[in-house]
Design a protein around this ligand. Structure first.
Ligand SMILES: C[S@@+](CC[C@H](N)C(=O)[O-])C[C@H]1O[C@@H](n2cnc3c(N)ncnc32)[C@H](O)[C@@H]1O
Length: 286
């Protein structure tokens, strides 16, 4: 194809370059997504909707999937929870596979996916992501993953964040994912958590295509009167894995402008209202 006719005008969206290597977006849409922060306000949960304590909104995942993959690509989420990443993948015409340790969340994910009747292949798997390569082999064979988006447990936050726990309990949400030892949210020591989490991303390094992107949604966490820089340590730890080192490309900050301000530390000492999350962007560059 010559340079002259490589652009297709898409009504209301702008010009799409048929030589676009990464996604199906127009130039205008591409540029819009590159801003380093965004405000995303998902609609409020309805009563008894989905009782997972840390579900991320499908609409947010859809935006990342649109940027980092093309239709027909394979998307993977190693911490599937109630299946948001796979619902988003199906909605966007991508194939998807995800692993969840807890039967209860897996069952919810499966039910939600079955109800959708997607045309693409969407596969929730019950299991432990520390063994993800052998788990996925059965479904993928020699196929490679094109893009990974996930939100791991925020270390021990679910169990230990007291004020937020109270409101989680009041809303009928779990205050821990499970008591299972394979649940990485149950790891006691912070450094052990960082290492185990990195081991899961080592496995992913082996099954994603060269040049494939990984987005991790996580945060720094406040515990025992100090900040643990979980998001920053996640970013650094994945870049120091020898042959399996990811290249850190950027961060996008999700501003949560709809969270209520809690009276933390008032008249006593600094405790922040943390109303943002980090979406860390890595790439397999070899
Ligand atoms: C932050 S939540 C993910 C929520 C998900 N993004 C959603 O929208 O529902 C983390 C999930 O990781 C799961 N998990 C923890 N350790 C795991 C492991 N070793 N293998 C697979 N899943 C695990 C937990 O049960 C929990 O559902």
């Amino acid at each position: 194809m010559n340079n002259k006719n490589k652009y297709i005008e898409i009504p209301g969206r702008g010009k799409y370059n048929t030589k676009n290597k990464l996604n199906n977006l127009t130039g205008k849409e591409w540029i819009k997504f590159t801003k380093s922060w965004f405000i995303h306000t998902p609609r409020r949960r309805k009563e008894n909707e989905i009782l997972h304590p840390a579900k991320y909104p499908e609409s947010l995942v859809e935006e990342f999937i649109s940027f980092f993959s093309k239709e027909g690509d394979w998307i993977f989420d190693p911490f599937l929870g109630t299946g948001s990443a796979l619902i988003a993948a199906g909605n966007m015409g991508r194939n998807g596979i995800g692993i969840e340790l807890m039967k209860k969340y897996f069952d919810t994910a499966k039910k939600r996916i079955d109800e959708k009747n997607f045309e693409s292949e969407i596969i929730p798997v019950l299991g432990n992501s520390l063994k993800l390569k052998s788990l996925l082999k059965k479904y993928l064979g020699e196929k490679e993953i094109d893009y990974v988006i996930t939100s791991p447990p925020y270390w021990n936050q679910l169990e230990r964040n007291n004020i937020r726990q109270k409101s989680r309990k009041e809303n009928g949400l779990d205050t821990r994912y499970s008591k299972k030892k394979e649940d990485i949210g149950n790891i006691k020591e912070y450094d052990d958590f960082i290492e185990k989490q990195a081991q899961i991303f080592d496995e992913i390094f082996d099954i994603i295509k060269p040049g494939g992107y990984l987005t991790i949604i996580t945060n720094n966490v406040y515990f025992n009167s100090r900040l643990y820089p979980l998001a920053f340590d996640t970013a650094v730890s994945l870049t120091k894995r020898g042959e399996k080192s990811w290249t850190l490309k950027d961060e996008k900050i999700w501003l949560q402008n709809d969270k209520p301000l809690l009276p933390l530390g008032v008249n006593n000492a600094w405790v922040g209202n943390r109303h943002h999350q980090y979406c860390l962007i890595f790439r397999k560059e070899v």
